[in-house]
Each structure stands twice: as structure tokens, then as C-alpha cells.
Design a protein around this ligand. Structure first.
Ligand code: NAD
Length: 264
């Protein structure tokens, strides 16, 4: 096949439905010739993910709840048997209890703090370690983060703290894996209405605020994220690692707008 991803094989973790950021990434990579495997969280999602996989000709579908180390091992065992090597990995996974994605951060429980960090942060390191073993020819890893890591965003709470830790782990993994020619980056996506984002109280306000206050005066789509992922997962970004790349219509660069600014 032809394209920027021709001859590259990779695992995309985190497709839940056709609104998932992972799905936007999968479409962009498949269109450029990537060979893709999907992992999904659990049996309940299987019937949603199967038709999406079929649409892109994805034949390797594995169930993998990342809070289960044995399931992660099994996923990479399956890939090792099927492919032997791996060129890229997309981690588009995050979770926190909905009850703590509203109100004051200060009310975060120890239990949900640990759960959020395990599923949303540690899992990236856990899969990076398994991927490294299959990337003897180098490779590229990508995770998804959000502006709430860098600045306060209402209701984002413990997820913001987790994303800050995720962004730090991108830098540590980039150096750990750099000697093997493996690159590690994150896309910081603007707010998008997905299943996970719907758990955040006041998502509608976030979307309106971002649309009004971004440089491009618009919200981003999963296809915008997909196009940027193509750069970070292909050889186009061969000199780039450890980066947090914003795909947010320029929202994060705006400190204040003109008082009489009009929408685009
Ligand atoms: P989504 O709900 O479509 O995807 C989240 C995925 O995480 C789902 O596929 C879900 O099954 C998976 N997941 C949760 N717990 C898991 C577990 N224990 N094991 C395996 N998988 C698990 O929502 P999304 O918005 O596409 O989220 C993808 C990533 O993008 C997340 O890391 C999210 O924080 C990040 N992100 C989202 C936005 C946004 O506004 N939607 C913005 C920036 C970053």
C-alpha cells in the first residue's frame, strides 16, 4: 500500500464509538496505509467497535482493560504472535469517576485519585514498556492530554492533575526510549464532545468558551486530531520527541482577546 504510514503496524487503544478521538486517529492512519490493531476496554464495547474495525479493514481486535496487568500482557502477546514487531502505538484512554468531575478539586477521594492515576497515567507507561520490546527498529508512541494539565479548568479536577503527570511521563519515557529510536509525544486536544468528555460537568460551557476564545474561533474535531497524529506517528516527525503538541484551534496561546472581538 501507499501513503505516509505504508508498511507501518500499530495498536490503537481507546476506540469506544465513532465519536472517540482514537477513531479519528484510526481513520487518518488507515487512509495513509497503516496496518492497525484495536484494543477495547471490555465486552460491552465489542459490538460498537467491531463494525468500526470492519470499516477500516482492522482484523486484530483485542479486549484490554488497562487496569489489569495480565490483560495488557495478553494483548502484547497476541500482537507479538501476529506481527512480531510494532511501529506505533496510540493510547487514547482516560477515566475518573464522574462524581469527582464537578465542584471543587479539594474534595477528591484517595480511592478515585488512585484509580484516575492508574487508568489515565500509569497505563501509558505500562503499555510503553511492552511496546518497547517489540520496537527493535524504533517506533512512535502517542497519548492524549488536555489543557487542564497546565491551567485550572472548572470541574476537570483530578483529571487535570492526572494529565499533568501523564505529560511528565511523556518526557521521562522519551528519554528512556530515545536511545532505541522510539519517540514519545502527546497531543493536547481541545475539548470535543465524546463519551469520556460527557462525564465532565459543564462540558457545554467549555465548548462555548473555547469556541469564543480560541485563535481560530472554533472547536476542533476528531479529524483535526487525526491529521496531527499522522505527523507524530509517521517519519514526518523523525526529529520530534517528548513534546506536548496542542491541537486546540490556538486556544492555549490566548491570554486575553480584544474586548470588541467578533466570532469568525
Ligand atoms: P472516549 O470515551 O471515546 O475514549 C476514552 C476511552 O478510554 C474509551 O475507549 C474507554 O473504553 C477507554 N477506557 C477507560 N477506562 C479504561 C480501562 N480501564 N481500560 C481500557 N480502556 C479504558 O473519549 P475521548 O475523549 O476520545 O478520550 C480519549 C483520550 O483523549 C482520553 O485520554 C481523554 O482524556 C483525552 N482527551 C479528550 C478530550 C476531549 O475533550 N474529548 C480532550 C483532550 C484529551
Amino acid at each position: 500500500s501507499q501513503g505516509l504510514m505504508a508498511g507501518k503496524r500499530g495498536l490503537i487503544m481507546g476506540v469506544a464509538n465513532n465519536r472517540s478521538i482514537a477513531w479519528g486517529i484510526a481513520k487518518a492512519l488507515a487512509a495513509q496505509g497503516a496496518e492497525i490493531a484495536f484494543s477495547y476496554q471490555g465486552e460491552a464495547l465489542k459490538k460498537r467497535v467491531e463494525p468500526l474495525a470492519a470499516e477500516l479493514g482492522v482484523t486484530t481486535l483485542v479486549e484490554c482493560d488497562v487496569s489489569n496487568d495480565a490483560a495488557i500482557d495478553e494483548t502484547f502477546r497476541t500482537l507479538a504472535e501476529k506481527w512480531g514487531t510494532l511501529d506505533f502505538l496510540v493510547h487514547a484512554i482516560g477515566f475518573s469517576n464522574k462524581e469527582e468531575l464537578e465542584g471543587r478539586y479539594i474534595n477528591t477521594s484517595a480511592e478515585n485519585f488512585a484509580l484516575t492515576m492508574n487508568v489515565s497515567v500509569y497505563s501509558f507507561t505500562a503499555v510503553a514498556k511492552r511496546a518497547e520490546a517489540m520496537m527493535s527498529e524504533g517506533g512512535s508512541l502517542l497519548t492524549l492530554t488536555y489543557y487542564g494539565a497546565a491551567k485550572y479548568v472548572p470541574n476537570y479536577n483530578v483529571m487535570g492533575v492526572a494529565k499533568a503527570a501523564l505529560e511528565a511521563s511523556v518526557r521521562y519515557l522519551a528519554v528512556d526510549m530515545g536511545a532505541k529510536g522510539i519517540r514519545v509525544n502527546a497531543i493536547s486536544a481541545g475539548a470535543i464532545k465524546t463519551l469520556a468528555a460527557s462525564g465532565i460537568s459543564g462540558l457545554r460551557d467549555m465548548l462555548h468558551w473555547q469556541e469564543a476564545n480560541s485563535a481560530l474561533r472554533k472547536n476542533v474535531s476528531i479529524d483535526d486530531v487525526g491529521k496531527a497524529s499522522l505527523y507524530l506517528l509517521s517519519d514526518l516527525s523523525s526529529g520530534v520527541t517528548g513534546e506536548i503538541h496542542y491541537v486546540d484551534a490556538g486556544f492555549n496561546v490566548v491570554g486575553m482577546k480584544l474586548m470588541d472581538d467578533k466570532p469568525a
